[in-house]
Ligand binder design. Structure first.
Ligand code: KMH
Ligand code: ZN
Length: 280
């Protein structure tokens, strides 16, 4: 059954430089303002990467904890920390992200070329992430950059069981140089492959760069959900830089309403994903 649309905002990422993209939220204050405004527009989940005082990506434990606490105090958003970090982050630091106690964390389902870099996700590392999240009641979002990552997820769930919360949610990250393209046929192929996963598995999708709109439309028409944000897209239209994450969320909300699948509230999103209710 097709429901309303889960909208995730990914406001910062680890790849872009503040000097080149001044609208990128990098301080805690900028992140909180973005979070509150995106929630008011219709976002229900925030996918979080943080930066240090020089705006460089960091997995500093103190800052992660402070960020989770502050987001919980000022929003009802589902707080999803990135365990992907930056391509240079060591596995131990990426696993330690879970110590900050988020509602959710990302879990990338395989290694891939990532532009000129390599985004390393060894099988044993994936198993560690999945089982630690099970133990701690943290709900994973499985990041799928390529079709084979869904096969790896099928293997993971078969060997180690369902995630915390019992519901499987994946995110198709499309259009990364080295992963699947951000096209309708690729999304249809990924959607078809969900048949091999547990009944009721849900998906969202995001298209990097100029693939953002085709992926958004394809996902909505296939019954999927949406992730948008400056982590993935910094050009709004040809020759027009993105002004803010809110601009991207507002566009996604507009498309979702046109599709007659309006944004899910944060409470509805928690119900869908198996994340416990907000404590505020
Ligand atoms: N920054 C990328 C290397 C995730 O957040 O889990 C990994 C990434 C995926 O963004
Ligand atoms: Zn990310």
């Amino acid at each position: 059954m097709t429901t309303g649309t889960l909208i995730t905002v990914a406001p910062t990422g680890a790849e872009l430089a503040k000097a080149e993209v001044p609208a990128l939220p990098v301080t805690l204050d900028e992140l909180l303002l973005t979070a509150k405004e995106c929630e008011a527009l219709g976002a229900a989940v925030i996918h979080v990467h943080i930066r240090d005082d020089e705006a460089r990506p960091t997995l500093d434990q103190g800052r992660l904890r402070e960020t989770v606490t502050a987001l919980r105090e000022s929003t009802d958003l589902v707080v999803q920390l990135s365990s992907g970090g930056a391509v240079t982050d060591p596995e131990a630091d990426r696993l330690a992200v879970l110590d900050a106690g988020p509602d959710m964390a990302s879990c990338t389902m395989g290694t891939l070329n990532f532009g000129d870099d390599v985004f390393l996700n060894r099988w044993e590392f994936i198993v560690d992430l999945h089982t630690r999240m099970q133990e701690r009641g943290i709900v994973p979002e499985y990041e799928i950059f390529d079709l084979g990552h869904l096969t790896a997820l099928q293997r993971l769930l078969g060997k180690y069981g369902l995630p915390a919360g019992g519901h499987v949610h994946v995110d198709f990250v499309m259009g990364v140089p080295g992963g699947m393209p951000g096209t309708t046929p690729a999304l249809v192929a990924a959607h078809q492959a969900l048949r091999d996963l547990p009944e009721g598995t849900t998906f969202s999708a995001t298209g990097i760069g100029r693939s953002t709109i085709p992926v958004m439309l394809a996902s909505l028409s296939a019954g999927g959900h949406l992730r948008v944000g400056m982590e993935d897209t910094v050009t709004y239209a040809k020759g027009r830089p993105v002004e803010s994450n809110m601009q991207l969320v507002a566009r996604a909300v507009g498309f979702a309403q046109l599709a007659q699948r309006p944004p899910l509230t944060t409470a509805e999103a928690r119900g869908l994903l198996g994340v416990p209710a907000a404590g505020r």
